[in-house]
Design a protein around this ligand. Structure first.
Ligand SMILES: Cc1cc2nc3c(=O)[nH]c(=O)nc-3n(C[C@H](O)[C@H](O)[C@H](O)COP(=O)(O)O)c2cc1C
Length: 209
C-alpha cells in the first residue's frame, strides 16, 4: 500500500447534456492543489457499465461482466473517493447507484466526500449517498460541497448565463476545504487500519507455515 493517498473523483452523471462535468473538474483541480494526494477524475460515461446483472454482489460471487470487473479493478486502486452527484428525484443518479452496486469489496473500509448540486444543493441525494455508504462499509465525511439556490443558477445553464464554478468559490470554497481536510483524515486513518489488518493476516500465514 502506497503512503500517498490515491483519491478518485467519480463523476456520477452520464447524460450528454450534463452539468456534472463542471463541478467534477473544479473539485479535481481543488483536490490536487489542497493535499499531497494522487487524484484522478473517473467519468462513469467512459466505463459504460451495464445495468447490474450479476448473480450476487461481488461480496458473495465474482462478477462475470468484463465491464463490471474492469470497474472493480479500477476503483479498487483508490484509497478514497469524492462522489460528484446530481439530485434526481431526491436521490443520486441511477448511473451512480448502478456503479456503486457493481462493486462491494473495493469500496469497503474507505472514505468518501461528496459534491452535490441542485436547487437545494443536492442535499437529499447526499444523504441517500451517505446511507448507501454505510451498507458499503464506507466512512462519509461530515462536510460536503452543496451547490445550491442562487449559486446553482449562477453556474448552471438553467440560470441563462452560466459562469465558471470559480464565480461561487466565495460561498462553497470553505465547505470544499473542510470536506477535503476531513477526507484526508479518514483516508489516512482507513489506510493505516487496512495496512494493520494486512500485517496481521501476513503474520497469521507465517505463523501457520
Ligand atoms: C430526472 C431528473 C430529476 C431531477 N430531480 C431533481 C431533484 O429532485 N432536485 C433538484 O434539486 N433537482 C432535480 N433535477 C434538476 C437537476 O438538478 C439538474 O438537471 C442537474 O443539471 C442534473 O445534473 P446533471 O446535469 O449533471 O445530470 C432533476 C433533473 C432530472 C433530469
Amino acid at each position: 500500500m502506497s503512503q500517498t493517498p490515491k483519491i478518485a473523483v467519480i463523476l456520477g452523471s452520464t447524460r450528454k447534456a450534463r452539468f456534472g462535468a463542471k463541478p467534477a473538474e473544479w473539485i479535481t483541480a481543488r483536490a490536487k492543489a489542497h493535499k499531497d494526494w494522487q487524484v484522478d477524475l473517473l467519468d462513469l460515461q467512459e466505463f459504460d457499465l451495464p445495468m447490474f446483472d450479476e448473480v450476487a454482489s461481488n461480496a458473495w460471487a465474482q462478477s462475470e461482466d468484463p465491464k463490471a470487473r474492469a470497474w472493480q479493478d479500477r476503483i479498487g486502486q483508490y484509497d478514497g473517493y469524492i462522489f460528484v452527484t446530481p439530485e434526481y428525484n431526491r436521490s443520486i443518479s441511477g448511473a451512480l447507484k448502478n456503479a456503486l452496486d457493481q462493486a462491494y469489496v473495493e469500496w469497503n473500509r474507505k472514505a468518501f466526500g461528496i459534491v452535490s448540486y441542485g436547487a437545494l444543493g443536492g442535499a437529499r441525494a447526499a444523504e441517500h449517498l451517505r446511507t448507501i455508504g454505510i451498507e458499503l462499509q464506507m466512512a462519509a465525511t461530515r462536510s460536503a460541497v452543496h451547490i445550491a439556490g442562487a449559486d446553482f443558477f449562477t453556474v448552471h445553464p438553467l440560470g441563462g448565463d452560466p459562469k465558471p464554478i470559480n464565480a461561487i468559490e466565495g460561498t462553497i470554497g470553505g465547505s470544499a476545504d473542510a470536506m477535503l481536510d476531513e477526507l484526508d483524515w479518514w483516508t489516512r486513518a482507513t489506510m493505516a487500519a487496512r495496512a494493520a489488518d494486512q500485517n496481521r493476516a501476513d503474520q497469521d500465514i507465517k505463523g501457520a507455515a
